[in-house]
Design a protein around this ligand. Structure first.
Ligand code: BGC
Length: 436
């Protein structure tokens, strides 16, 4: 089975070695101002923070033992009940934006039945952001889908795009009037990225886990976004995105709508590098789709290097994060430029962050990432927001609660929040609108 502690999207790279030192951090571009309406915020997702998301596909995968998930999400950070105090804290830090996701399985617990209480809940979350001076950046789907959707074959089956659009149509009526920006799908290209960085036996284990989840759910089928057949999913996800954008735009409010993509700073090394072919497989369809949107959402955690044989190990001796990734915050400059060049669209950084127990490294990471964005602004690249991942130490999928991505620590027994120095650091950057 997939042993989450050691193997995963980024942790796979842990323990591998190769040569070359950490590249120099980007320049400071002193005196460069970010646009005056720049969004400075932090991000979370429903399943990772709300708790008790028991009607979702991932919840069922979590129950398998042995299975891909090292622990269950359980009560997560209880954001479902504690959202008001969390939003108050984010606002007091000085942030002017907050990214959260709608949990489809709560809003549409059975196909075609929309839960009024759940819709009202998300309406209150969005309204509370506004009351506290923050623009809600609303993700309509952050990986998890309702169990009924997974049991139909999820994104692998024709018509799934229409089902997602129907959900968007209902959900936007509740939250649209408060939205600052919105994205349809979170990282619909992540499944392909996993297939680039994970060895084939691990991918096969993901398939087996779906069979286990199907049995648990009393179904002959089961498909979850990163686990299923990516080639079958792609046209349906693209369809869902297109129709989802149209449904969101037809609802109340007037705000930019796009899609968030997992974009790594892929670097070519030597003659005949596979970099371009891999990039095209990962991103082309989505970057093409984003040309019709208002913006492209970029989510970057580091770099991957490719030579003529394929993906390379991180350079020997470099600092690794808790996810086994190279500490490489300057990646953000390259990915923002790449996404803008490929689409011609403005960029919102909808995620960027580091898993570490050492908060001084998070501060260094934020500092370098913001410097890289400042260089983009200097060069005329329209970057319009930065939403740090994550606001809270939350449920990191198969890795459970061990990786610490948060600006704010969470004691999961008492649910007490403790802001780390990096929270104040990002807040201070927000207050001075990123001035160096
Ligand atoms: C996802 C988040 C995840 C983060 C850190 C992104 O791929 O959108 O849900 O927690 O990366 O791994």
């Amino acid at each position: 089975m997939l042993t989450n502690d050691r193997i995963g999207r980024r942790a796979l790279l842990a323990g591998m070695s190769a040569g070359a030192a950490l590249a120099a951090l980007p320049g400071r571009a002193a005196g460069i101002a970010f646009p005056k309406d720049f969004l400075w915020g932090a991000a979370i997702s429903g399943h990772q923070t709300e708790g008790d998301n028991s009607n979702s596909d991932i919840w069922h995968l979590e129950q398998l033992s042995p299975g891909p998930f090292s622990e269950k999400s359980g009560k997560a950070c209880d954001f479902l009940n504690l959202y008001e105090q969390d939003l108050e804290l984010a606002s007091r830090l000085g942030l002017n934006a907050f990214r959260f996701s709608l949990e489809w399985s709560r809003i549409e617990p059975e196909e075609g039945r929309f839960d009024v209480k759940a819709l009202d809940h998300y309406r209150r979350v969005a309204a509370t952001c506004r009351e506290k001076g923050m623009a809600p950046a609303i993700t309509f789907n952050h990986f998890t889908t309702p169990l009924w959707f997974a049991k139909q074959g999820g994104w692998e089956v024709a018509g799934s795009g229409d089902r997602f659009a129907r959900f968007c149509e209902a959900a936007v009526k509740a939250v649209g009037e408060f939205a600052g920006i919105a994205t349809t799908l979170n990282e619909p290209n992540l499944g392909r990225l996993l297939r680039v960085i994970l060895p084939p036996p691990i991918v096969a284990d993901m398939g087996k886990a779906m069979q286990g989840a199907a049995a648990l759910a009393g179904s002959t089928r089961f498909s979850a976004a990163q686990f299923g057949d990516q080639d079958a999913m792609l046209p349906n996800m693209l369809d869902g995105h297109r129709k989802g954008v149209a449904a969101i735009k037809a609802g109340p409010g007037s705000f930019p709508v796009g899609v968030s993509l997992a974009i790594v700073d892929d670097q070519a090394v030597g003659e005949g590098s596979k970099r371009d072919a891999v990039r095209s497989y990962l991103n082309d369809a989505w970057l093409e789709a984003a040309k019709a949107d208002d913006f492209v959402g970029v989510q970057t955690y580091g770099r991957n290097r490719f030579d003529a044989r394929g993906i390379m190990h991180p350079p020997e001796g470099v600092e690794l994060t808790q996810m086994g990734e190279e500490f490489y915050p300057q990646a953000l400059g390259a990915t923002v430029r790449y996404a803008h060049a490929a689409t011609g669209k403005p960029v919102y950084v909808t995620e960027n962050g580091i898993a570490t127990e050492d908060d001084t490294r998070r501060i260094a990471y934020i500092d370098a990432a913001v410097a890289a964005m400042r260089d983009c602004v200097r060069d005329g690249v329209p970057v319009k927001g930065y939403l740090h991942w994550s606001f809270l130490d939350n449920y990191e999928w198969i890795f459970g609660y061990r990786p610490k991505f948060g600006l704010v620590a969470v004691d999961r027994t008492t649910m007490k929040r403790t802001p780390k120095p990096s929270a104040a650091y990002l807040g201070a950057i927000a207050k001075r609108n990123g001035a160096a």
